[in-house]
Design a protein around this ligand. Sequence first.
Ligand code: G
Ligand code: G
Ligand code: MN
Length: 386
Amino acid sequence: MLLLVSTLLSRQGHDVDTAESLDELELDPDRLNVDLVILDYRLGRSTGLDVIRLLMTRSALPQVILLSAADRSSVLGAVEFGRSCGIKMLGVLEKPLDANALLRVVNQLQSSFQTISSGDIREAMNSSHFLLAYQPKLCLETGRLTGVEALARWHDPELGLVAPDRFITTAEKDGQIIPLTWQLIELALVQQSRWRQSGIHLNMAINLSPAVLETSDFIPQLMRRLAAYAVSPESITLELTETHGIRDMDKTIITLKHLRDQGFTIAIDDFGTGNASMLQLYRLPFNQLKIDRAFVTDCVGDDRAQSIILMVVDLASRLGLSVIAEGIETLEQAHHLKQVGCDSGQGYFFSRPMYTDRFEAWYENFGKKITDMEGVSWHTLQQVIQ
Ligand code: G
Ligand code: G
Ligand code: MN
């Protein structure tokens, strides 16, 4: 097995080191300073679990793939154990080994290490490799579907799926965030007008970096595009991300006021984190506040996260803002947030972000039902979702 895997990966150009036993690694643990460990679960006297224990003593944790012919439950136990120690367990490959499956995992991993260059982004824009995924937002009181957030996705033929946290920062630094955002706004408006033609009326939330708002002709350009697709400002939410990055506060205030007067909903994204603070909330004319996922994740059972949510909801209501919570993953969280007065919610509990086709299927099966149901109960809602 050792020979097979190392030959396979060396031929692909990877640097491969091999060890035949735990003892070998214990003698020289620096050999564990690698990106990826491919670990046979059965190792003579020891098991993969012992190697995971050794890994935990290291400051930099490599990612791990387990190879196994052993009984499934102990191998899955090792995966769980590794995860609970914070090790990224990429999964289990069964023996006999499927070489293609191994290469697929390794190549994906490799592309996730590659940094994204400005040239890559430019090329992806020219080749229309950017797409939008749509994540539903629901009214927590009635369970009604109120809108979607459009989230950027990049599908590259070589790199695979590139997540926004890998390209938004680069695009913000090199200025390409501006043409990229226009491309995404265009996609969102096309989609919204198509949906409207088939009777689906949804508010569309678009993410905006501060730099985009600061371009001189942002408002006329936006209004021109809305007119072209016959979309009204009332059906658009602008989520302002990374508000700490605002360079010209006075100009941004004026722009946001104009937009709000036109009828757009203006939301402060990720509220409560270092990126979005009280000062920005105080100075900028928002009408919606989006509570960061970090507080939502802990809101059941953690008194401190609960206190923060209570305070944020109270603050929002005093300032006349609506509140939306992101990252809701469980019924308990949804229920808790509803109870403390949070208006709407978004998260895996309702649905992951979906591309158009899947969204439309979801809408037929679920979104439409709850939209048709006045004052749906949480019990019904859970039954419809699961
Ligand atoms: O799924 P998710 O990984 O989509 O998004 C990660 C982060 O990337 C989110 O915080 C979101 O605000 C940001 N993001 C997603 N799409 C866009 C976009 O079109 N523009 C900007 N500026 N940020 C985006
Ligand atoms: O822009 P904003 O930070 O609102 O983007 C939402 C981000 O959160 C996206 O990356 C989206 O994929 C992600 N997300 C949405 N719902 C959930 C959820 O329930 N749990 C987790 N962990 N992430 C979520
Ligand atoms: Mn957002």
